[in-house]
Design a protein around this ligand. Structure first.
Ligand SMILES: Nc1ncnc2c1ncn2[C@@H]1O[C@H](COP(=O)(O)OP(=O)(O)O)[C@@H](O)[C@H]1O
Ligand SMILES: [Mg+2]
Length: 256
């Protein structure tokens, strides 16, 4: 089976149950999945479980392989994860930090590592920052570097937790556009936590909506981001409409 299939998953942190029988997929290779839901609904917990950073009770398979059976380095070769927190402002050059990320996959750096890193920075429009230090960058610039650190590894499974949170409008657009193209070209399974529902409607293929640690809806993004489901998940009165150019957008009129 190609793609990602997970669940039913149950995750506890300490003795507290956080995710309840959460199922995800099958998510096909080459598709971008939006992971949606209100604050505290379990999005980050689910992403960390998929990244192998939290023990989950239940199966997670990627392209037919059980992720739980893999060693740390083998898992890291298949899966790149970008946490919700921005990369820290440390005294390290951008290029160096991207090369360090390649090394997470184990072994020594191959000959093409430098050009691969440079090319990834170029694709994100930050090649000119290669020699700058992380502690001299803005939050948004560091977030772009975090994306470069994940993308440079050409993972089979790309997990991004709120990758747009510090980006300006232009970068939000270019990053989502790039992620979609890269996901198709490299046949990755990409799972992206997003708060901006219009962004999800425009730039992702399928979506899963979490609420209180459970899956409320899953399927094509247009079937998940609907007035009824938004009312249930977020407690808002919202409309999903096409704008003048025929692109879908979400307008919130009030609370339920
Ligand atoms: N380290 C932790 N210890 C205890 N509870 C946690 C921890 N991390 C998250 N939680 C709880 O798990 C639930 C889901 O959190 P999270 O996955 O971060 O939500 P989201 O990313 O959707 O905002 C929340 O109720 C949160 O308080
Ligand atoms: Mg979160």
């Amino acid at each position: 089976m190609n793609g990602l299939v997970a669940g039913p998953l149950n995750v506890h942190i300490g003795r507290r149950p956080i995710l309840h029988d959460v199922t995800l997929g099958p998510l096909a290779r080459g598709t971008v999945t939006a992971l949606l839901g209100p604050n505290g609904s379990g999005k980050s917990t689910l992403l960390r479980a998929l990244a192998g950073l939290l023990p989950a009770h239940g199966p997670i398979t990627l392209n037919g392989q059980a992720l739980s059976s893999l060693s740390r380095p083998a898992h890291a070769r298949l899966c790149a994860y970008m946490p919700q927190a921005l990369p820290p402002p440390i005294r390290m050059q951008v290029m160096e930090s991207v090369l360090v990320s390649l090394r997470v996959q184990g072994g020594s750096l191959h000959d093409e590592a430098f050009s691969q890193a440079m090319e990834t920075l170029s694709r994100l429009g930050i090649a000119d920052m290669a020699l700058r230090f992380m502690d001299e960058l803005s939050g948004g610039q560091r977030q772009l570097v975090g994306l470069a650190q994940a993308l440079v590894r050409s993972p089979d499974l790309l997990l991004l937790d709120e990758p747009l949170s510090a980006l300006d409008l232009r970068h939000q657009f270019t990053v989502m556009d790039l992620l979609r193209r890269e996901t198709k070209k490299r046949r990755m399974v990409s799972v992206i936590v997003l708060h901006d529902l219009s962004m999800a409607l425009r730039h992702t293929d399928v979506a899963t909506m979490l609420a209180k640690g459970r899956v409320l809806a899953s399927g094509p993004v247009r079937e998940v981001v609907t007035s009824a489901i938004l009312a249930q998940a977020y407690g808002v009165q919202a409309r999903v409409e096409d704008d003048a150019s025929g692109m879908p957008m979400v307008c919130v009129d009030g609370v339920v």
